[in-house]
Design a protein. Structure first.
Length: 366
């Protein structure tokens, strides 16, 4: 049994929601458990974590650029202070285990735990390990990976375990017709889901604006999350088209996934694993500026399983329309891709990780 645990998670939803999913499982196992999250000041964790019922303390820390510049000097100074602040929080809370989800806030917290002899675990969902994971993995008690191929990219792998990436518990499939009705669309026809993360993706929006008339003209419907910046332009361009539902942000992603037959989106790991849990095949457009090009590496790992196709950002205008029409007019191909991407998901992932953490703590007490 775990009585006290700290999660170091923040920066993006992809680093926060897996930690919340695991925390929820630990609460089911021990209703008296004390859980604290550590996040970065001024980031979205300040909203998301308290909204999910967990206590949050923040430290001042930022990501490290991969070139020598004045921002790196500032980041280095913040890291030293963050390490000091992390040690103070750990000393006061006295956790039995510290769990990090790989974002930059995990670095100083897990380094502090390692220096204090506290059991610690780091999770890396992306195929290519980030700077933080490479930094803390060698001395971590356990490194949880989502892809088998990631092992060869780490200096040490005898402490690694491959487990499916946990997704939010509220991500439950509903019937296609019921889900389509949420967006005012016809569940008997094909639906393409377009999104680029919570902020949208300008390149995807721009390319889709050039071909949406031909796509919808073939009978395909669109659920199109634009993000805030492009919303007004897209909405005014498609306002008379009843086959398109335009939204700044999709609050009910479970309904969007359930309604759709194909997704057009970026390839962050949280997106990939949510698609997998719904068996929704995708055309991935990797974000070209992602650190160490990790989104393209994620996408290629999924494409190798014949679970998705890839269009690079620079090729969108040339390939988007033909790719969408080809896939949505090939029911057998979509079923094959759906089956393959489903095989990547494990709905019990959060529970399995929670049980592993409990076993780690119990073994250290014996």
């Amino acid at each position: 049994m775990i009585n006290r645990i700290i999660f170091a998670a923040g920066g993006t939803g992809g680093h926060i929601y897996p930690a919340i999913a695991i925390a929820d499982e630990l609460v089911k196992m021990n209703s008296k458990i004390e859980i604290k999250f550590i996040g970065a000041k001024g980031r979205i964790e300040e909203r998301i974590i308290p909204a999910n019922g967990y206590k949050l303390e923040t430290i001042e820390v930022s990501g490290f650029k991969r070139s020598l510049n004045i921002k790196n000097i500032s980041s280095a100074l913040k890291i030293f202070k963050a390490l000091k602040d992390s040690k103070k929080i750990l000393k006061e809370f006295s956790p039995e285990l510290v769990y990090g989800t790989g974002g930059f806030v995990s670095g100083p917290v897990l380094k502090a735990a390692q220096s204090m002899g506290i059991k610690n675990v780091i999770e890396e969902g992306n195929y290519h390990p980030g700077v933080t994971v490479k930094l803390v993995a060698p001395k971590a008690d356990k490194v949880i990976l989502n892809f088998e191929g990631t092992r060869k990219l780490l200096k040490r792998n005898d402490n690694t375990v491959v487990m499916s990436y946990p997704v939010r518990e509220n991500m439950k499939r509903t019937g296609k017709a019921e889900a389509a009705a949420v967006f005012g669309l016809d569940g008997n026809r094909n639906i393409l889901l377009i999104f680029g993360g919570s902020q949208g993706a300008h390149s995807i929006n721009s390319a889709m604006l050039k071909c949406f008339k031909n796509i919808t003209g073939s009978g395909i419907q669109l659920i199109w999350q634009t993000g805030n910046e492009d919303h007004d332009l897209v909405n005014s361009s498609v306002s008379s088209n009843r086959n398109v539902k335009v939204l700044r942000y999709i609050d009910n992603m479970a309904a969007a996934y359930s309604a759709s037959d194909l997704a057009l989106c970026r390839s962050g790991i949280s997106t990939i694993m949510e698609l997998a849990s719904f068996g929704l095949p995708a055309i991935f457009v990797p974000y070209p500026l992602a650190s160490e090009n990790h989104q393209e590496k994620n996408a290629r790992a999924v494409a190798e399983k014949n679970a998705a196709e890839i269009i690079l950002d620079r090729d969108l205008n040339q390939k988007l329309e033909s790719s969408v029409l080809r896939l949505l007019n090939d029911e057998n191909k979509l079923k094959y891709m759906s089956s393959n991407i489903s095989s990547m998901a494990d709905t019990k992932a959060a529970s399995k990780i929670a049980n592993m953490l409990v076993e780690m703590v119990n073994s250290s007490k014996n």
